[in-house]
Structure formats: structure tokens, C-alpha cells
Design a protein around this ligand. Structure first.
Ligand SMILES: Nc1ncnc2c1ncn2[C@@H]1O[C@H](COP(=O)(O)OP(=O)(O)OP(=O)(O)O)[C@@H](O)[C@H]1O
Length: 330
């Protein structure tokens, strides 16, 4: 694997407050890595260390094999940075801003191309102060793309964009990725992560709480199955729940909700039981956890797997319980 971004034990402090408390990250060339987290989780603080804007209090950072802070002159021309707040002179027009930036960028794309890529072609003569919030985000992106960067850092690139502009930005980021650009972005939009990211990390309190592909992150959370018990059947008539891989359950009226760490196994066993019994499981619904559920659990700081939120009974340790005993819980 050609590793483009690598951190180990990364820490950042502000006047005694530790905002980043030991972050380990690896991003391969051509990968799109998304950093998610609650407000104040430490995403921007981490990103700034990767961009070489500050030195870490402890730990190491390598971008394109170099220290982005100490070897800034070597790293900066090869990376593109889109900050949360661009902070350009607002009296300049869009074209003047892009031209000024291009003057400081070696091997810059033609200004017109940068504007075209970001959907700002018709706005070159407009003063920056007259741009809408979404157009300013696109100008930020245009400037980040000017130097044809190998690595692109995008801090909340689509915040403030309308739905269409957001999708246009996703399309552009996808194209850049197809051309081999490595992208590290922070975002609050889970859909953005599902659409774009090869891998993600969810930060909380300055640490990475979980990371991997969307499927990896979701697989750590319990899946859910719900169905209506046939009128002539009771919960205790089902095979022992723990033996089915069920980790929590709840019954309200005839509706049964199960939680499982192995959706395929539990669903298969349940369907085989229904077939053998000749009964129909009406309203049957079986689904994996969502990225939103994973995020919410981490945001709430819950160690458990959704039991608290769902009000389900924890079936841990129920292995071997008899169906009769289960049946008494109606
Ligand atoms: N310059 C600073 N001085 C002191 N504290 C700071 C400074 N910058 C950030 N912090 C604090 O560090 C923590 C992490 O901030 P950071 O901006 O990295 O979070 P974030 O995950 O990017 O949040 P958001 O999603 O709100 O942008 C916060 O508690 C913030 O108040």
C-alpha cells in the first residue's frame, strides 16, 4: 500500500486543553477518507496538523512521506487545502482572487478551468463580498484545486450548499478521486460519507472512537429484526433466543423486536422455524444498523449497543435458557 497520510499518537493542546488525544490514522494513495464527529470532537484540530498549519504537541505526522510542519516548503505545493473559513479579501472579484492565488501557486491550472470545475464560470466579475455562502464555499474549493494537488484536505466542503450544489461537489470530488487524488474530508453529513468515503473515522472527545469502511463501522452495531407473532404462538415457542444469536428483545402486543450481532444467522433460523411451524411472520423486517445509529451511539457516549435507546431487554448470558422460561416474559 502506498501510504500518503500517516499519524501515530497525534496530540494537540490549546493552553492546557487537549483537543486531540492520540490519533492514529493511515490513508492510502487515491483513497477518500472521511473524518466525522460531534462539534468540538477535534476534527479541524487534527486536519490542521495534517496540513502543517501547527506542530503536534506529541506524536508524528507524515504527509507524502514528510513532516508537513517542519518540511512545509516541500509538502505545501503538493497539497490542496480548503479551510472552513477562506478569509479572502472581500473587495476583490472572484477572478481577481483566483488570479492572485494562481500567482502564488506553482503549476497552477488555468483560472478559468478552476472556476469551471466549481460551477463559478459566470461569477468571475462578482466581488467576493457579494457571493452567497454556498458560492464562497465553491470559491474556497476552486482555490484548493488550483495547484492540481496530490492530496486534498476539505474541511466541511459542502456546509451551506443547497442540495444540487452539494451533489455537484460530490461529483467533482469523485472525478478528482478517479484521477488519483487522495482526499481527506471532514463533514457533518452522513450521506456525504456514504456517497463518497472509502473509509471513515468517527472522532469523539479528541479520540477516534471507531474507523473502517461504512460496512465495518455498521457491523459493530447490532442489527434489528421485527415481526408480528402469529396469534396462536408465544415468544417461548420460538427457538431459544440466545441460540439464535439474539442479544436483546422486546415484545409489545404481538410485535416482537430482536437485536442481533449476526443478522444472517438469526434471520435464517427464524425463517426456518416459521417454515417448519407453517406460520407467517407478518410485518417481518430485518435490517443492519445505519451509520447514523453508529454515530448517535458514539455521540451519546454509550458503550452498549443501542439497548438503552431501544428499551430492549439484554439477552447476554441467556444461552441455554429454555423456551418455556422465555415464554413467561410476555
Ligand atoms: N484556538 C483554540 N484555542 C482553544 N481551544 C480551541 C482552539 N481551537 C479549537 N479549540 C477547542 O478544541 C476542541 C476541538 O475543536 P475542533 O475545531 O478541532 O473540533 P471539530 O471537531 O472540528 O468541531 P466542529 O465540528 O464544530 O467544527 C473544541 O473544544 C474547541 O473549542
Amino acid at each position: 500500500m502506498d501510504t500518503v497520510i500517516e499519524t501515530a499518537g497525534l496530540r494537540r493542546r490549546y493552553q492546557g486543553f487537549e483537543a486531540v488525544r492520540g490519533v492514529d490514522l493511515t490513508v492510502a494513495r487515491g483513497e477518500l477518507f472521511a473524518l466525522l464527529g460531534t462539534n468540538g470532537a477535534g476534527k479541524t484540530s487534527t486536519l490542521e496538523l495534517l496540513e502543517g498549519q501547527a506542530a503536534p504537541a506529541a506524536g508524528t505526522v507524515r504527509v507524502l512521506g514528510r513532516d508537513p510542519y517542519r518540511e512545509r516548503a516541500a509538502v505545501r505545493p503538493r497539497i490542496g487545502v480548503m479551510l472552513q473559513e477562506g478569509g479572502f479579501p472581500t473587495e476583490l472579484t472572484v477572478m481577481e482572487t483566483v488570479r492572485m492565488w494562481a500567482g502564488c501557486t506553482s503549476g497552477a491550472r488555468p483560472e478559468v478551468e478552476a472556476l469551471e470545475l466549481t460551477g463559478l464560470s459566470g461569477r468571475g466579475a462578482v466581488r467576493v463580498k457579494q457571493l452567497s455562502g454556498g458560492e464562497r464555499r465553491r470559491l474556497d474549493l476552486a482555490l484548493a484545486l488550483l495547484g492540481r494537488p496530490e492530496v486534498l484536505f476539505l474541511d466541511e466542503p459542502t456546509t451551506g450548499l443547497d442540495a444540487q450544489s452539494r451533489r455537484d461537489t460530490w461529483e467533482l470530488v469523485r472525478e478528482l478521486k478517479e484521477q488519483g487524488t487522495t482526499v481527506l474530508l471532514t463533514t457533518h453529513y452522513l450521506e456525504e460519507v456514504e456517497e463518497l468515503a472509502d473509509r471513515l473515522a468517527i472522532m469523539h472527545g479528541g479520540l477516534i472512537a471507531t474507523s473502517g469502511t461504512v460496512a465495518d463501522v455498521v457491523a459493530e452495531r447490532p442489527s434489528k429484526i421485527s415481526f408480528e407473532l402469529p396469534l396462536d404462538r408465544f415468544l417461548g415457542d420460538l427457538p431459544p433466543l440466545a441460540a439464535l444469536g439474539v442479544t436483546g428483545h422486546r415484545q409489545s402486543g404481538r410485535m416482537v423486536r430482536l437485536q442481533t450481532g449476526d443478522l444472517q444467522r438469526t434471520a435464517t433460523a427464524l425463517l426456518l422455524w416459521a417454515r417448519d411451524e407453517g406460520v407467517e411472520l407478518r410485518g417481518l423486517d430485518a435490517r443492519s444498523a445505519t451509520l447514523e445509529e453508529a454515530f448517535m451511539e458514539i455521540a451519546k457516549g454509550l458503550e452498549s449497543t443501542g439497548l438503552a435507546g431501544e428499551g430492549l431487554e439484554n439477552d447476554k448470558g441467556l444461552a441455554g435458557k429454555s423456551p418455556e422460561r422465555e415464554g413467561t416474559r410476555r
